[in-house]
Design a binder for this molecule. Structure first.
Ligand SMILES: C[S@@+](CC[C@H](N)C(=O)[O-])C[C@H]1O[C@@H](n2cnc3c(N)ncnc32)[C@H](O)[C@@H]1O
Length: 256
């Protein structure tokens, strides 16, 4: 991993050699409003990830899914469109849950304010999913244990997140596609708070984890979204070293 960089924005300089935590876990106040209304379009990524979740977790319309740290709710919405299963989506931020509830009020998705650290519903879910949020959790080991506790035996966790094993050229390319300097700083801060693949595996302890890094989607998934992929000027999903996917199984102990 190339850890020496001089990439910076608004005074924040990226240093990939160590994890630097976000200033706070839950996004609140004005920051939450700005996050809910940010301009960069995440529709394509949410669609690709929703299909990836259905494939990797073998979800069916009978599945009972919990999304934790759902933010303004787009992934839950895209997942509901793909599989039509029962979905509860929670976040510690009342502002973001309000935005999600308002935006997707025509759907049966239940958006509820809940912090992962005091979450209700132990052993209730077939699947727990988490997108672009794991790097916010200060204590990674505790967060994995908390998510596992919400799963039924045999259930699975799907985590999509930034990864500090990234190639610096991909950071520079992604940064150049972000217009506002505050958003650039947020991106660098989030990347610096993310885990390396090795740190993530350590956080899983004896739980069985499958690592999908660098990021890749199935041919069927890419084919189903080829028009939107063709129109994506950022080409975000060719930036494959920027993201990782982890699937953790409850109950397994053998690492693949
Ligand atoms: C970068 S946002 C991602 C939101 C959404 N998943 C998305 O992809 O747009 C991170 C989210 O994690 C939430 N979060 C962080 N720590 C949390 C916790 N302990 N419990 C619940 N939500 C948390 C924040 O409030 C925020 O909405």
């Amino acid at each position: 991993m190339n850890t020496t960089t001089s990439v910076s924005a608004e005074g924040f300089t990226l240093q990939l050699s160590r994890r630097v935590l976000e200033p706070e876990e839950v996004i609140s106040g004005e920051e939450a409003k700005a996050y809910a209304n940010r301009r960069d379009n995440r529709t394509l990524s949410s669609k690709l990830i929703a299909t990836d979740i259905v494939e990797k977790l073998s979800l069916t319309p009978a599945s009972n899914v919990l999304e934790v740290a759902c933010g303004p709710g787009q992934l839950a919405y895209e997942l509901w469109k793909v599989v039509g299963c029962s979905i509860m989506a929670t976040d510690g931020s009342p502002e973001l849950i309000e935005a999600a509830t308002d935006r997707y009020k025509e759907t049966p998705i239940r958006f509820v304010t809940e912090n992962l650290h005091s979450h209700t519903g132990k052993e209730e879910y077939d699947a727990v999913i988490c997108k672009d949020s794991f790097h916010y959790f200060f204590d990674s080991e505790k967060a994995v244990a908390e998510m596992l506790s919400l799963l039924k035996p045999g259930g699975k966790i799907y985590i999509f997140d930034l990864c500090r094993n990234v190639r610096i050229e991909e950071v520079e390319y992604r940064l150049s596609s972000i217009q506002a300097s505050h958003e650039q700083m947020r991106f660098l801060r989030s990347l610096n708070a993310s885990l390396t693949v090795q740190e993530f595996e350590e956080a899983c302890g004896s739980a069985k984890v499958s690592v999908f890094y660098p990021l890749g989607f199935s041919q069927e998934n890419l084919k189903a979204h080829e028009t939107e992929i063709g129109a994506d000027v950022v080409k975000e999903f060719q930036l494959s070293s920027l993201f990782s996917v982890y699937v953790i199984e409850k109950g397994g102990v053998n690492r693949e």
